[in-house]
Structure formats: C-alpha cells, structure tokens
Design a protein around this ligand. Structure first.
Ligand code: NAD
Length: 373
C-alpha cells in the first residue's frame, strides 16, 4: 500500500486540505506515490502547479483518483464511497458515534476505515492528533471573532480622554480550544475567568494569568484519555447557577465544554442570557454536538431581544485554512510515516500497534473496533 490519493472536499464550506506540497515531497522521497485532485488546495492558497511541482500527479475528480490508489485521504467524512477500491485504507473524520450506516457501508465495501477522532491521546500519537491541532486554532479564532463583533475593545486604555476598563472574558471548558482561547484573550488585554470540571485544569488556567472560577460539583474527574466525565443533571443545574453571575458581568463568553462521544452539556440558559449585557458576545463552540448555549444555531448568528449576540463556534479552524492545512498535513504525514515499512517501502496496517487498534474501525468486510461492533 503506497499510492495516496488526496481528495477534494465535497462540502463547499471546507477551506482546508489534508496535505500540503512540502509534506507531499517528503512522502514521495520515502517511496509513496501521491495523486491530488485538481483544486484541492485552492482555498488554502495552494495552486495545482505547486502540487505538481512537489511531485503529485493531478486528476480531475475524486472518482478518477480512486482508480489505482489504495490510500485515500480526506478531511471530512465522505459523501459517497462509490469507486474506492476494496482493500483501500481510508483516512478521514467519520463522526462514528452518529454514522453507523456509513461505517456499515465502508465495511461492506471492504475498506479499512480510520476515524481521525479515534486516534488515541497518547504521547506517541500526539503529532497525529488532528483534534488538538485543529481545535487549538479554533480557540484562537473564537476570541478573534468575538472581539471583532464586540462593541468594545479588549485591553485597558488610559488616555487623556478617559480610562477604558479591560473587557471581561469567560471561558467555559478549558481543554485544547479553551486554553488557546484564554491565551489569545490575555494577549489582547482582556481580564479572563475560566471554569472546567476537570480539577487538573486550575493550575493551567492560573499559569496563563486567568482566574479559575471555583465551583464545587462533588465527584468530577477525567477519563484516562484526558476527557471530562459526564455530569449528572443535578451537577449541571448547580454549575449553571454558580456560573450565572460570571456570565452576567462578562463581555465575551466562550463555551467549549464537550464530553467525548456524548451530547454536549447545556450550560447557559435563556434566563441567564436575558440578564447579560446588551452587546455581549457568546461563542458556542459545542454548537454541532447539541450546544452549550440555549438558542445557539449552527453556522448562524442569533441576536437576542436584550441584544446579546450568540455566534456559532463550529469549525472555526476553517477561517485560518493556511495554518489549519499545514497542521492537518503534519498530522496525516506523521500517521503515514509511523505505519511505513522501510523494508517493503509500503504502509502496513499493523493491528499490533495501539494507535491503529484505536482508530481503525472497519477492515476485511467487517466493523472491527470494539466500541462500534
Ligand atoms: P473536549 O473537546 O472533549 O472538551 C473540552 C473541555 O470541556 C474539556 O476540558 C472538558 O473537561 C470540558 N468540559 C466538559 N464538560 C464540562 C462542563 N460541564 N463544564 C465545563 N467544562 C466542561 O476535550 P479536549 O479539549 O479535546 O481535551 C481535553 C484534555 O485532553 C486536554 O486538556 C488535554 O489535557 C488532554 N489531551 C491530551 C492529549 C494527548 O495526550 N495526546 C491530546 C489532546 C488533549
């Protein structure tokens, strides 16, 4: 297995590409062959000529590229898998908790399907972790978007005409996105509060110069993969109540709270929003998995009766496709390099490797991953 196809994304909103020319050069020098679909890098600022100069063969469509290639790379889950040759390795996000029918289809088509969201969170796999590489950019973009929409500036300013107090930013959920959001808001001069249910986060928040909002919810903790545990309805009610006052005084609230494989917790109610300041901005980064904020809408902005702006915070990494593609490409290249066999000069699907076992969902006509069988 060594013939890679770089697909063109089918969602018009997608701006990123899975491989950049510098990494294609690297892969070709190792012994891989790369085919790219024309136009795949356009929205990331990469021309077909650059792909060609890096050594890629160009084709006009995904379907044309499927013929003769056995490693298929794309970012988002495929709309159609028709034409992909049986036995091929397919790498992309698959949204496996919600896409049982797609997994069945991929299994029936004889594909070895890797789900990027299932790459284990181990030290060795860190450089392949697309979730982290992309959500950290999204955390940055969330603050920049909110700041641009806010009718205030973020830093303190002392001038002869008067003093402007720093804006107050509240970050709920301090994982990869939340940490980057705190760092960005601090760089822009805001006063930042943050909360997360994982107690280990407090130190990280403080080291970035933000205040940690203390809420005692009893038993919380995290899984061995570093993900939050799901709260009980009573704990969520207690959290909502305790953080309401912080929301009311904040100019920007960014919510990133997620529980892996489950619906996101609803953390900000309409009632709390009705008590927030006119012109305050909320960015709901969990909007596609159920939403942390009552009334948030995917890919839409909502302005409430009292003038609070609720922004959709999904896929914000798409706003910085240049860097997002570079990081994604690094993740894909690290994966391909890890499973490359120097002797055969081919990629091996090694199931004795815990990274492959963690993210390979289908193979040999079946769903093989314990969690999705
Ligand atoms: P995520 O996207 O699943 O969740 C985002 C954040 O929301 C998490 O910090 C979670 O604790 C928090 N959250 C959940 N419910 C909440 C609630 N009710 N209120 C407030 N916050 C809530 O998680 P993530 O950002 O992808 O990662 C979480 C952690 O995993 C990271 O901070 C990091 O320590 C770890 N991690 C490890 C590796 C690795 O070792 N390779 C890679 C990436 C992340």
């Amino acid at each position: 297995m060594k013939k890679i196809l770089l697909c063109k994304e089918s969602d018009e909103r997608e701006t990123r590409t899975a491989l950049i020319p510098a990494d294609i050069k690297k892969l070709i020098s190792m012994g891989f062959e790369v085919t790219a679909v024309r136009g795949t890098g356009e929205k990331s600022g990469i021309t077909d000529d650059e792909y060609e100069a890096a050594g890629a063969r160009l084709v006009s469509s995904n379907e044309e590229g499927y013929k003769g290639n056995d490693i298929v790379l794309r970012i988002m889950k495929p709309e159609s898998i028709e034409g992909i040759e049986s036995g091929s390795l397919h790498l992309s996000y698959l949204d496996p908790f919600n896409e049982k029918a797609l997994l069945d289809k991929m299994a029936n088509a004889g594909l070895a399907a890797v789900s990027l969201e299932m790459i284990p969170r181990t030290t060795l796999a860190q450089k392949m972790d697309v979730q982290s590489s992309q959500t950290s950019l999204a955390g940055y973009a969330a603050v920049v978007n909110a700041a641009a929409r806010l009718p205030k500036i973020l830093p303190m300013m002392v001038t002869p005409s008067g003093t402007i107090n720093p804006a107050r930013v509240f970050i709920i959920g301090v994982g990869v996105a939340g940490l980057q959001a705190i760092a960005t808001a601090k760089r822009l001069g805001a006063r930042v509060d943050a909360f997360d249910t994982r107690p280990v986060v407090e130190e990280q928040v403080k080291s970035l110069g933000a205040s940690f909002v203390k809420i005692d919810l009893g038993e919380m903790g995290q899984t061995d993969q570093g993900y939050a545990k799901e709260l009980t309805p009573e704990q969520i009610a207690k959290q909502q109540e305790a953080q309401a006052k912080v929301c009311e005084r904040s100019d920007i609230v960014i919510t990133t709270a997620k529980v892996f494989g489950r619906k996101a917790p609803r953390l900000i109610s309409k009632d709390v929003i009705s008590r927030m300041k006119a012109g305050a901005v909320i960015v709901d980064m969990a909007v596609s998995t159920g939403g942390n904020v009552e009334g948030s809408k995917l890919f839409e902005e909502v302005v409430t009766d009292n003038g609070v702006i609720i922004m959709s915070g999904d896929m914000l990494e798409r706003q910085v496709p240049n860097d997002a593609s570079k990081m994604l490409s690094g993740n894909f290249t690290a994966f391909l390099t890890h499973f490359y066999n120097k002797e055969t000069k081919e990629l091996d699907i090694r199931l004795d490797d815990e990274i492959m076992r963690g993210c390979l969902l289908t193979q040999g006509g079946k769903i093989i991953h314990e969690r999705f069988k």
